[in-house]
Design a protein around this ligand. Structure first.
Ligand code: PMP
Length: 426
């Protein structure tokens, strides 16, 4: 047995199967956009630990910032004894978030926790129970965020009952003929059939659905939701856990729609691999919960704060937003070229460097091809490229390559994808 196989045997014996795995691989080390497994094989990393590594593996500046923090202190619990980095990070995120109003930021540890807290804050402020989320959306695996998630298998199946007062609207899809008007009409239906608007605390939306298949919310939808929320006193929450921290070419994806949500959640790439998440929003709304209502033992850990501050510095110093737009445009062109050669690819979509292709059997849009998708993901790994799939039908291949990856490496990865597609469709 290889070292990978030995470790997989131990993993399967010691760890519940509910923790799935995309690749039967164990990492030895990672460096920017490449990883090496325990058998010494090198891979180009197009997964970035699911959208966490916009600044790559072990960026030297982030490592140095965390190293410095390690030598001072690693934990106090911010509610027990505060530290400046938490405050400085909040100030910098407040300054970056869209909207011409005073803002405050709360730090947590995971994406799901950020969303849980955004919902708590929205409910405390509005004194209303209802939440509207979107079909195909993904918000986490905790009880509340699982209920918000708009996909049954594997996230919700067998895990009920779910918290109440949560409803799902339709998410637009050009490919599937769901328009912005259809999506807005589905919210009117919720107001008619399920809950009156005066009882809805928040509407939560991903500006680009991540796990749901890299479905981009049209700017008109985000703008219409902003107006709808203003009309009814509903809080607009943008879940930027996957899109935030520069993945889409702007620090927050909503900036491109010219919309300022009341609350924004972020996590993943904001700290380049260290666990920290955030809720940033209107100061008056953020102040709705009373003292003691928010927080957590590890929430906004010193290591996470140090890493997140370094990530913001790296984005500025290395002009990573500009690089994101450039890399995104180049990758989109190459994916479109692949779509010309393979009719199985019926859509190339995304925003900035958050890009995906959607695969169908023989190019028939009524036949999402999850089998081919899996074959491409597996085949690419054999050729040295780590890829991820996503999508409600499991037929989308997404790219989340570090923005710090050299051009030649990105092209090498795309060459592998192209060769794998050619082999899998031959
Ligand atoms: N929201 C979105 C949009 C996500 O993509 C994710 C993670 N894939 C989450 C929330 C949950 O984040 P976490 O896994 O850190 O709890």
């Amino acid at each position: 047995l290889t070292r990978n196989q030995q470790l997989m045997q131990r993993r399967n014996a010691a760890i519940p199967r509910g923790v799935g795995h995309v690749h039967e691989l164990f990492i030895q080390d990672g460096d920017n956009a490449t990883v090496t497994d325990v058998d010494g094989k090198r891979y180009i990393d197009f997964a970035g630990g699911i959208a966490v590594l916009n600044t790559g593996h072990r960026h030297p500046k982030i490592m140095a910032a965390v190293q410095k923090q390690l030598e001072q202190f690693t934990h106090t619990c911010f509610q027990v004894m505060a530290y400046e980095s938490y405050v400085e990070l909040a100030e910098r995120i407040n300054a970056r978030a869209p909207g011409d109003f005073a803002k405050k930021t709360l730090f947590l540890t995971t994406g799901a926790e950020a969303i849980e807290n955004a919902v708590k804050i929205a409910r405390a402020h509005t004194k209303r129970p209802g939440i509207i989320a979107f079909a195909g959306g993904y918000h986490g695996r905790t009880s509340l965020t699982m209920a918000l998630t708009g996909k049954v298998a594997p996230y919700k199946a067998g895990f009920g009952p779910f918290p109440g007062s949560i409803f799902h609207a339709r998410f637009p899809s050009e490919l599937r003929g769901v328009t912005v008007a259809d999506a807005l009409e589905s919210i009117e239906q919720i107001f008619k059939c399920d809950i009156e608007p005066t009882q809805v605390a928040a509407i939560i939306i991903e500006p680009v659905q991540g796990e749901g298949g890299f479905n981009v919310a049209p700017p008109e939808l985000l703008q219409a939701l902003r107006r709808l929320c203003d009309t009814h006193g509903i809080i607009l929450i943008a879940d930027e856990v996957q899109t935030g921290a520069g993945r889409t070419g702007t620090w927050f994806a909503v900036e491109q729609a010219g919309v300022a949500p009341d609350l924004i959640t972020m996590a993943k790439s904001m700290a380049g691999g260290f666990p920290i998440s955030a809720v940033v929003g209107r100061a008056d709304i953020m102040d709705a919960p009373g003292p003691g209502g928010l927080g957590g033992t590890y929430a906004g850990s010193p290591l996470g704060c140090a890493a997140a501050l370094a990530v913001m510095d790296v984005f500025e110093e290395e002009k990573l937003l500009e690089r994101c737009q450039k890399v995104g445009a180049h990758m989109r062109q190459r994916l479109q070229d692949m779509a010309q050669q393979h009719r199985q690819i019926q859509d190339v979509r995304g925003l900035g460097a958050m890009l995906a292709i959607e695969l169908f059997t023989d190019g028939d849009r009524s036949k999402p091809d999850a089998v081919l998708t899996k074959a491409v993901v597996t085949g690419a790994a054999e050729r040295g490229l780590v890829l991820l799939s996503c999508g409600t039908y499991g037929n989308v291949i997404r790219i989340l390559v570090p923005l710090t990856a050299p051009d030649a490496l990105i092209d090498e990865g795309l060459d592998i994808l192209q060769a794998t597609l050619a082999a899998a469709t031959a």
